[in-house]
Design a protein around this ligand. Structure first.
Ligand SMILES: [Zn+2]
Length: 345
């Protein structure tokens, strides 16, 4: 039995020394001092020995067990210390690998910037469903029944009808303007609100047109709102969003839901008005239509056009973002190409 203990000692010591992980050490511990280990078997045999031999053998076996357990504990501490140590070949000055992180889409960033600017001017932010009806999409907005925009070439019609009034076909909203009437029907004047969102047109895509794109509308309705204040508001907003002086001009334009209607152009920021491919060499970019809400639109909202007037603009969000970064193809923003989008963090 003495030889057996000596053998277990030397075997145990080398096994413990060669364990290189906590898992390995656990396995070694089970094999050396566990319930099914050779040493435990020996300890069970002690009571059966000649009484004269029992004290010596019992003492030796227990001493070996304590010795191995102490070695295991020391080895465990050494392994844990080593695992948190920095290796000799670790170089703090080598550049690390930056974890990939997300960022807001440039159109969303522009939308938030506009929200901040309008909020600072006392506007409320309003949002609405992307599915609307012929009533809100066209009828309320003074579109004549035979207006070409109603045809399927421009609008995505959806099966089904609006529950609100029989016979109204449903469609993906072709513009945001329908939301203005819905808002005005639900709230009391005067109004001062913006409504950002995505709109849908069944169009052929090119560098300046997409089937789904973002609009950002602003509407003021009050008893007295001078037209000139509208121009000042537009200029203040563009100056604030672009962080510099932005030239603005207004031209007469026709839209069924405004009277008078106009187009607002901003000076091309890419070429500072000298002419470039982004502005088609005219130095100006058409950035938003606008005007005074048409009397029929105010009537649809339940207001008396003789009493109320207002100011309306529809900002082309995509186009504003193109201006901000000097990008000349709107489709890039909807491409989900991270090599492109990653530049706008
Ligand atoms: Zn230009």
């Amino acid at each position: 039995m003495k030889e057996k203990l000596a053998e277990l000692r030397s075997h145990g010591e080398s096994e413990i020394a060669s364990a290189s992980s906590m898992q390995e050490l656990q396995n070694v511990k089970a094999a050396l001092v566990g319930k099914k280990s050779a040493l435990t078997e020996i300890l069970k045999e002690i009571p059966k020995l000649d009484p004269a031999l029992r004290p010596e053998m019992g003492g030796a076996a227990n001493e070996l067990k304590r010795h191995l357990e102490a070695l295991i504990e020391a080895r465990g501490e050494a392994i844990q210390l080593a695992s948190s140590a920095i290796g000799a070949d670790f170089d703090l000055t080598v550049p690390g690998i930056l974890p990939a992180g997300g960022a807001l889409h440039p159109i969303t960033q522009m939308c938030y910037d506009l929200n901040d600017t309008f909020r600072s001017m006392g506007f409320e932010i309003f949002e609405e469903d992307e599915i609307t009806s012929e009533l809100y999409g066209f009828d309320n907005l003074n579109f004549p029944p035979d207006h070409p925009a109603r045809e399927s070439m421009d609008t995505y019609w959806i099966a089904g009808h609006d529950a609100g009034r029989g016979g109204d076909r449903l469609c993906l909203r072709p513009h945001l303007t329908g939301a203005s009437v819905r808002y005005m029907q639900k709230n009391k004047p005067p109004y001062r609100f913006v409504y950002p969102g995505r709109v849908y047109r069944n169009e052929t895509t090119d560098a300046r047109h997409e089937r789904a794109f973002f609009q950002y509308e602003a509407l003021i309705v009050d008893r007295d709102f001078p037209f000139a204040s509208g121009k000042v508001m537009v200029k203040s907003i563009l100056d604030k969003v672009f962080g510099r002086d932005v030239p603005v001009r207004m031209r007469a334009g026709f839209f069924p839901f405004v009277e008078p209607g106009f187009e607002i152009d901003m000076g091309c920021l890419v070429c500072a008005g000298a002419g470039c491919s982004v502005c088609k060499h005219v130095g100006w970019i058409e950035i938003m239509p606008g005007g005074t809400p048409h009397p029929n639109v105010l009537k649809a909202a339940g207001l008396d056009p003789a009493e109320y007037t207002g100011f309306y603009v529809n900002i082309g969000l995509d186009r504003l973002v193109m201006m901000r970064y000097g990008v000349d193809d709107v489709r890039l923003f909807h491409s989900a190409d991270l090599r492109f989008l990653g530049q706008f963090r």
